[in-house]
Design a protein around this ligand. Structure first.
Ligand code: SAH
Length: 326
């Protein structure tokens, strides 16, 4: 689709059913009916950045900060692997406590198992990305958040849009599977810039794209802004599936948080990945990037329930690591 066609679809709801069915069909044809589960370990909510939308930003003094010990991280990875997860995702705020050496040790330990490992720990130097890769990391998630440079600069004080792009390029160069994505519904974000976001995902040939509605957090500068729209976020996701048919697309937690059946609707509109949380309920609550984040109280129970819901929509849990099908 060209940009105008994308804009037309985004600004008009009359073709929504067609769009969601089309994205679902393309998902079926290109990546099949299997769903890849990625075990998410949110290992630190300490962050040096001030992203306006995020509850973990450093100026939030009300949040109780935590850092998991190496042993805890390995404990949760083992638990996830036992439950059958084939990918471990390590996510955190930008926390300099976790030096390259500390992280590489953890990566090497996890990679002794037959699993894929994804990192989602923000902007780092080329050298650092290189070391994580050498230690065994397979994938990296770094959302561009928005391709509207002006809006990006507004939302991210003391950050540089060009560096974010640079990081994505470095990750590609180093041979990672690269995931990106955007927020939908940031204040002042336009339909035009959402269309640019989709074209950007295509331009960088992203291997994974995560899209979620913006959800205001009460301890951030955007506390009085309204939430992003679930259906608009779903449309951006469905269009991304049409433009990049063979990539991995998660049904994001933000979608599930903002709509009671968000995950299943997303899985039927182009998504093929779910990233369940496997850390303790206490940590999940403290990793409050936005409020009322959909949590799982018990990892075992959650996986069983998920499997049931997946089977109900005649899909199944994949047994492989779920790299991009090229
Ligand atoms: N520090 C890492 C991980 C960030 S958390 C990094 O910079 O990449 C993962 C994602 O949560 C972010 O990329 C952002 O898109 C999303 N997020 C943060 N705050 C949010 C909010 N208030 N509403 C919806 N999504 C949010």
């Amino acid at each position: 689709m060209n940009k105008q066609e994308i804009i037309d679809i985004l600004s008009n709801n009359s073709k929504n059913n067609w769009l969601f069915n089309k994205a679902n069909q393309i998902r079926h044809n290109f990546v099949g009916d299997e769903i890849h589960l990625r075990a998410l370990i949110e290992f630190s909510n300490v962050c040096k950045r001030q992203c306006y939308y995020c509850g973990l930003q450093s100026t939030n003094k009300e949040i109780e900060r935590y850092r998991l010990k190496k042993e805890d991280i390995l404990f949760y990875s083992k638990k996830a692997i036992k439950l059958g997860y084939k990918t471990i995702v390590l996510q955190s705020g930008e926390d300099d406590y976790f030096s390259s050496d500390k992280l590489c040790e953890i990566i090497r330990e996890i990679k002794k198992n037959d699993v894929a490992l994804t990192l989602s720990i923000g902007e780092k130097s080329f050298e650092e990305y290189k070391e994580y890769k050498k230690a065994g990391a397979d994938r990296y998630l770094l959302r561009i958040e928005t391709t509207d440079e002006k809006l990006y600069q507004k939302m991210h004080p003391n950050a540089d849009f060009k560096n974010r792009i640079n990081c994505l390029e470095n990750l590609k160069t180093l041979g990672y599977e690269v995931g990106s994505g955007c927020l939908v519904g940031l204040p002042e974000q336009t339909i035009n810039s959402l269309a640019d976001d989709i074209l950007f995902f295509k331009e960088i040939d992203a291997d994974m794209i995560g899209i979620g509605p913006f959800i205001p957090h009460p301890q951030t500068p955007l506390k009085n802004s309204s939430s992003g729209d679930f259906w608009l976020a779903l449309k951006v996701m469905a269009l991304t599936r049409i433009e990049l048919p063979n990539i991995n697309i998660p049904a994001t937690t933000a979608m599930e948080t903002i709509h009671p059946n968000g995950r299943i609707i997303a899985l039927n509109s182009g998504a093929n990945v779910i990233m369940p949380n496997v850390v303790s309920f206490d940590c999940q609550k403290k990793y409050e990037i936005y409020p009322n984040k959909a949590n799982s109280t018990n990892a075992e129970q959650y996986k069983t329930e998920l499997e049931k819901r997946i089977n109900e929509i005649r899909r199944f849990i994949s047994k492989d690591k779920g790299f991009r099908k090229k």
